[in-house]
Write a protein that binds this ligand. Structure first.
Ligand SMILES: NC(=O)c1ccc[n+]([C@@H]2O[C@H](COP(=O)([O-])OP(=O)(O)OC[C@H]3O[C@@H](n4cnc5c(N)ncnc54)[C@H](O)[C@@H]3O)[C@@H](O)[C@H]2O)c1
Length: 323
């Protein structure tokens, strides 16, 4: 019996922090020709553009997206295009338009063309009234526009599943830590920037205070969670389908600095909190991911120690190659 052909996948926002790694993982799995990467911008020499099909597309242009879907017989959309929290709070109107309007276009096209969708949510859906260890089910009262757009995204996704049968799934990603692409303007960017500065200069001025503790995850875990959620049989997916909590590791900046200092002698971190401290303070310290564990077998692999070791090793190696 011949094997079924791989699905054709479209990734929006593909040149961002997650897209850079998710597109590679999807191409490894389905083949370069089956995964179309798209973004509103182009980056010269970006590996995602060099290694397969890349198209520029604005997710607010529904017609342009529809042409891509029709011409390529797209089966699944991984919808990563968004404006993140720190950038979004500087321009809430754009954040609302891209995050809610872009998803509305994607969901409507998915309904019309029978597509499956991955639509990321975030720990930013939680607000100050959420317990420090965030339950899966809790009132969602974010204080940021970005968080509100993510709550709206979950509501819209659930609606499209319940009313139109669109198989859309999502994860409430924690702050993601990776070395292949820069972080994209979120509040948890300090946990990525700190490694670059540690390797380059041995110093970092952190924009949140030393006791700030947030849910975080190494990118390899986040990519695996994304693929595992999308692979799970539809009847294993519960009502949390639009925003499963997933936990990686949770640490304060002081704990992160101590771990980095084990490898980088005399690493020095100073603190100069800005408005992003307020966003961080409105989010929980950690999340309860028992539903993801029970429904589709989620289990994170990277703890703080291993995460720090991977980041420092890879950034040091990349720096040596560049020099
Ligand atoms: N990285 C994290 O720590 C994190 C945490 C929680 C949730 N998320 C969510 O994951 C998704 C991807 O995040 P990321 O970190 O890769 O973000 P990113 O900012 O690194 O990348 C987003 C990409 O979207 C593109 N984009 C922006 N507006 C667009 C438009 N109108 N049309 C097409 N493309 C557009 C940008 O050019 C960028 O390449 C987002 O929904 C984000 O909210 C990320």
């Amino acid at each position: 019996m011949s094997e079924a052909p791989p699905p054709t996948v479209l990734v929006t926002g593909a040149l961002g922090q997650i897209g850079t790694e998710l597109v590679s993982a999807l191409r490894d799995r389905y083949g370069n020709d089956s995964v179309i990467a798209s973004d509103i911008r182009e980056i010269d020499g970006h590996p995602i553009i060099k290694n397969g099909t890349f198209l520029t597309a604005d997710v607010l242009d529904k017609e342009a997206l529809e042409i891509i879907i029709d011409e390529n017989n797209v089966d699944i959309i991984y919808h990563l295009a968004a404006i993140l929290s720190a950038t979004g709070e500087k321009n809430p109107e754009l954040c609302e338009r891209v995050n809610v309007g872009g998803l509305a276009n994607v969901l409507e096209l998915a309904r019309e063309h029978g597509l499956r969708v991955f639509s990321p949510s975030s720990i930013a859906v939680f607000g100050p009234d959420c317990p420090n260890h965030a339950p899966q089910l809790t009132p969602l009262n974010p204080t940021t526009t970005y968080g509100e757009t993510k709550v709206s995204g979950e509501v819209m996704a659930r609606y499209y599943w319940e009313v139109h049968g669109v198989d859309v799934r999502g994860l409430r990603y924690p702050g993601l830590i990776s070395w292949k692409a820069p972080a994209g303007g979120g509040t948890t960017d300090y946990a990525v920037e700190i490694f670059h500065h540690a390797v380059k200069t041995g110093k970092y001025s952190c924009f949140v205070g030393p006791d700030t503790r947030l849910p975080m995850m190494y990118m390899d875990d986040a990519i695996r969670a994304t693929l595992e959620l999308m692979d799970a049989p539809v009847d294993s997916i519960s009502e949390s389908r639009a925003g499963y909590n997933i936990s990686g590791c949770s640490f304060s900046v002081t704990e992160l600095v101590a771990e980095i200092s084990k490898s980088i002698d005399q690493f020095e971190c100073t603190y100069s909190p800005d408005i992003r401290q307020e966003y961080a303070d409105s989010w929980p310290d950690s999340v309860d991911d028992s539903e993801a564990r029970n429904d589709w077998g989620w289990n994170a692999e990277f703890e703080l120690e291993q995460l720090v070791s991977e980041m420092l090793t890879n950034l040091t190696r990349t720096r040596e190659v560049e020099e």
